[in-house]
Design a binder for this molecule. Structure first.
Ligand code: CO
Length: 426
């Protein structure tokens, strides 16, 4: 297994929750010499400077100031969250057994959550002498399981099954005396009294590289942590650009992006405004020479169900990055942004495939068209082709993941200029 894929697998395994994923990206930025900015403070930015800020512990924006007068912004956006189950307040349900009360976060495949070890990770808000502090927790052991109903009690189980999130997917925590023990475990790990929490279930299975030529990777949250990782690696590896490279990772994509740290928030717009203010640049002029890559995974054609794919635009795993199109603009790619992104990938030697929903299927949505409502720049919707999207254990291609890193390094090292004749990428 090559170093790139091992690094991706390590990142995925070390990111059991949205907060852990963002903390890992933050650590990469710190190690690469990025200074943290705070939204509460005045920003003094200098040419050659490298900066980042976080919001809510689950979104991060990083950028570099070029040494010469910048042309515009070259941005990417990906999302840190994944469909999963969120732990409710008063979660420990006593009875014959002790179960955990949860609710659905996002639209997931529910069946693959059954009969496998699970645990809990996220953040807790702890009372300290100074006030309220957010701390990450991860009960790093096999803790919970959602047992299936036996075939003898559910003879229709193999003919399509209905899952009720108020009944079928409440995980088992322990025997009848277990109530209160999870709270104690969490408080012990948090080191104080818990005043609030955002805790999620995650599967314990580690990332695996498999296939006859080790060409596939399976892991939790490939959608969209594989893009978070690929964009971040490309951003950090890129050569100096004459534009301002901006890396964005947003939370809440799986529930519509409407949160303080989601793509529908003012976070990116405010950040670009403040960069322009600190560097005495005109934001409208900068935006007129800017570009966004919205990176979120795409559906590959399914080996057993090719009938769900568009006949002419059916990406295959390990066939290259995917440009996503939709006439209704659920995917924002148009002729211009497709051409720019294809040129970047051609320069990096990375193949590009195309995706449309089958014209009679509604398909999904992503970050690009939401971020556009605040920061209106040409946007290409791209992603890695993957299978089993929104399963707790998804699969993608080893070569595509490496290709994303290469393409994003080329993108972030380019300079975008807009002239009368069109776009020039240098
Ligand atoms: Co996604």
């Amino acid at each position: 297994m090559n170093e790139t894929i091992q690094a991706l697998a390590n990142f995925l395994d070390a990111s059991p929750s949205v907060y852990h994923a963002v903390e890992n990206i933050e650590n990469e930025l710190k190690n690469a010499g990025y200074s943290r900015l705070f939204e509460t403070e005045n920003w003094e930015l200098c040419p050659g400077g490298k900066y980042y800020l976080t919001r809510g512990g689950s979104a991060v924006i990083a950028f570099r100031v070029p040494t010469r007068a910048p042309k515009g912004f070259l941005m990417s956006a990906s999302h840190s969250d994944r469909p999963c189950f969120k732990v409710k307040e008063n979660g420990e349900l006593a009875g014959t057994y002790t179960r955990l009360a949860t609710e659905k976060y996002g639209g997931m495949l529910m069946a693959p959550w059954m009969d496998r070890p699970l645990s809990i990770a996220g953040r807790v808000l702890v009372e300290t002498e100074e006030g309220i502090e957010s701390r990450l927790v991860n009960i790093d052991r096999d803790l919970l399981l959602m047992p299936n109903l036996a075939i003898h009690m559910n003879r229709q189980a193999n003919d399509g099954c209905k899952w009720n999130p108020a009944v079928d997917t409440l995980p088992l925590l322990g025997g009848k005396d277990a109530k209160g023990k999870l709270q104690a475990l969490l408080e012990e790990q948090a080191g104080g009294k818990i005043l609030g929490h955002d805790l999620y279930l995650y599967i314990r299975q580690k990332a695996a590289i498999w296939g006859v030529e080790e060409e596939y990777i399976s892991a939790a949250a490939l959608d969209d942590l594989a893009c978070v990782w690929g964009c971040a690696r490309g951003f950090l590896e890129a050569e100096e650009s004459g534009s301002i490279p901006v890396l964005c990772v947003f939370d809440s994509e799986e529930v519509g992006s409407n949160s303080v740290q989601g793509a529908a928030s003012m976070l990116l717009e405010t950040t670009l405004e403040r960069i322009c203010g600190a560097l005495e640049l005109s934001l409208p002029r900068m935006l007129a020479q800017s570009f966004m890559v919205s990176a979120d995974n795409a559906h590959a054609v399914h080996p057993n169900h090719p009938e769900f794919a568009d006949p002419a635009n059916a990406p295959v795993v390990n066939g290259g990055l995917v440009l996503k199109f939709n006439a209704a603009q659920r995917y924002t790619t148009d002729g211009v942004s497709a051409a720019v992104f294809r040129k970047v990938c051609a320069g990096a030697g990375v193949p590009v495939q195309t995706y449309y929903n089958r014209a009679d299927l509604p398909g999904g949505s992503t970050l690009g068209h939401i971020s556009l409502t605040h920061v209106s720049v040409p946007t290409a919707d791209i992603g890695l082709p993957q299978l089993a999207m929104h399963s707790p254990y998804e699969m993608a291609g080893v070569r595509d993941a490496a290709g994303l890193e290469k393409a994003m390094a080329a993108y972030y090292g380019a300079t975008l200029e807009v002239s009368e004749k069109g776009f020039v990428l240098k």
